[in-house]
Design a binder for this molecule. Structure first.
Ligand code: DC
Length: 227
């Protein structure tokens, strides 16, 4: 780990706004982005493609260790995720993949297999890291750790809007239920549970438009001399 390259950690539950905040921050600072949730999602996609069961720990750990993945952007700036050179962006973003990712993410050998891969994203001039354990486990020395939250209802509404925009059919009531179940699993697991780091700054985004959230975060970035 190159500890001289600054990292801004943004952790929090599903739908708290991490993805949007991290992309805006990455663009504003011109830094790299680690979307760690996408790595767990990719393990789930690879498992489905290769017929690996979601409780087969050794096989899932092997898949995680050998993930052949590339993150690209389309000329329009939209994200593009390649697994073994195949475009799997839509599959990665499906709600069922998020659910499967939350299951594989509870397995210690899978987390272990992805640890170094995540730290390799720490390259100059800096890294914005989006996840659940960025500040607690992956980059414990990061100069700025943000823990984003929002009420469960608001998070379900945001996820619903996001999925609709991507052309997926989603029921709001079912999403709210899935988000509650996912929160419970992510926060209750034995390894790297979703908890704020002791030195994290909590930002509650309930009812706050993205411009307001970004203004708060930019102040924190400035106060740490990271801009
Ligand atoms: O942020 P996301 O919805 O793409 O994440 C998908 C799942 O992966 C989430 O339910 C929990 C898991 N995850 C994790 O355990 N640790 C991370 N650093 C990121 C995601």
């Amino acid at each position: 780990m190159n500890s001289r390259v600054p990292v801004i950690c943004v952790d929090g539950p599903s739908g708290s706004g991490k993805g949007t905040v991290c992309r805006l921050l990455m663009q504003a600072l011109g830094w790299h982005l680690l979307d760690s949730g996408a790595l767990y999602r990719l393990v789930a996609v690879a498992a489905a493609r290769q017929g690996v069961a979601l409780d087969d720990e050794p096989a899932l750990a092997r898949l995680a260790a050998g993930l052949d993945v590339e993150f690209e952007a389309t000329p329009e700036g939209a994200e593009k995720i390649l697994l073994q050179r195949q475009d799997v962006t839509r599959e990665v973003r499906q709600e069922s993949t998020g659910e499967a990712a939350s299951r594989v993410a509870a397995l210690p050998p899978v987390r272990e297999a992805l640890l170094m891969r995540q730290r390799e994203f720490q390259r100059p001039p800096g890294l914005v890291a989006d996840g659940r354990d960025m500040g607690t486990v992956i980059f414990p020395d990061a100069p700025l750790k943000i823990f984003l939250t929002a009420s469960a209802d608001e998070r379900a509404r945001r996820r619903h809007k996001q999925l609709k925009e991507m052309g997926f059919d989603a029921s709001l009531a079912r999403l709210a239920e899935e988000i509650r179940a996912r929160d419970e699993r992510d926060a209750g697991r034995a390894v790297s549970p979703l908890v704020p780091a002791e030195d994290a700054v909590r930002v509650d985004t309930t009812g706050i438009p993205i411009e307001g959230v970004m203004a708060q975060i930019r102040e924190l970035v400035q106060a740490r001399g990271l801009d």
